[in-house]
Design a binder for this molecule. Sequence first.
Ligand SMILES: [Zn+2]
Length: 334
Amino acid sequence: MQDFAAGRIAQAAMDELYERALEDTIRQFEATGSPVITDGEQTKPSFVTYPIHGLENLAPDGAIIQFADGHVRQLPRLTAGPFRYRTYSDAYLTHAKKYARVPLKQAVISASALSLLYPQEGIPGYSDETFLADLVDEAETDIRRCLGKGAHTVQIDFTEGRLAVKLDPSKNLLHHFIALNNRVLDRFSEAERMRIGVHTCPGGDQDSTHSADVDYAELLPSLFDLKVGNFYLQLASEKDRRRVLGIIHKHALPEHRVFIGVTDPIGSRVESPEEVRDRVLEAAEFIPVGRLGTTDDCGFSPFGDDLSTARETAFAKIRARVAGTELAARKLGL
Ligand SMILES: [Zn+2]
């Protein structure tokens, strides 16, 4: 990807590399036995910028996200309206379906993350409210197209939830984010929302986080206000998992399915199936097994240029997740 960006690889050659990476990822992912897979986001520039990559109304100097190890990621800044996506996620889904034989979960970015593109000083002739209305339309379209193309579930990446509490301990920003995402979710039926989920984590880039120092308890109760049926929650990397599970138990609604993170994509040590099993059994003390599922804490490389986790490590962790989940299911008599 770096060679392509620097002009050392032609578009056709890059496309061929993407194609092979996609095919290989899906083949290896299916081989883990995971009942639902993803395309590994192999061809996205990042989990957050895929819809806007290549737009001309952007400048590079947008909001900065600070990570614990000192590195930063900077979002682009919107310079003019109207705001439209250039790429919708169903493009990735359609592509992945060429190779996949098992159901696919498709990740989309939250409206709240993209709301950070709008500059604090405003844009002449394009108000904040108009921008948000356009953004809500586009985020709805992004989800709807994936549902229409047969995604098993659509996962909204909401990694800025915990970060919002860090940036604004009064939680006004968090509540603003939740309300904005619910403006999108309000447009879907109950049945559609059962196929929509939300992922949260403290960020995971170059083996570092942006908001792990924020108490999960500050985020979780509000998170369950999001009008979705599925929650994909980072948990493996939490220090006190039982406390977090207690909060989930208290705030998740009876119709919510909860997928707990049982592998940590940031650590290089591969979890054992027995370790995963024990994490599931622990969670089953708090969440009814009919509503409990497992997931990885986060993606293994949310930004396309993050090489910190080897493919072999990622797949070994996914294999442990699948094997450990099966061990737990047997133990639970499922
Ligand atoms: Zn994540």
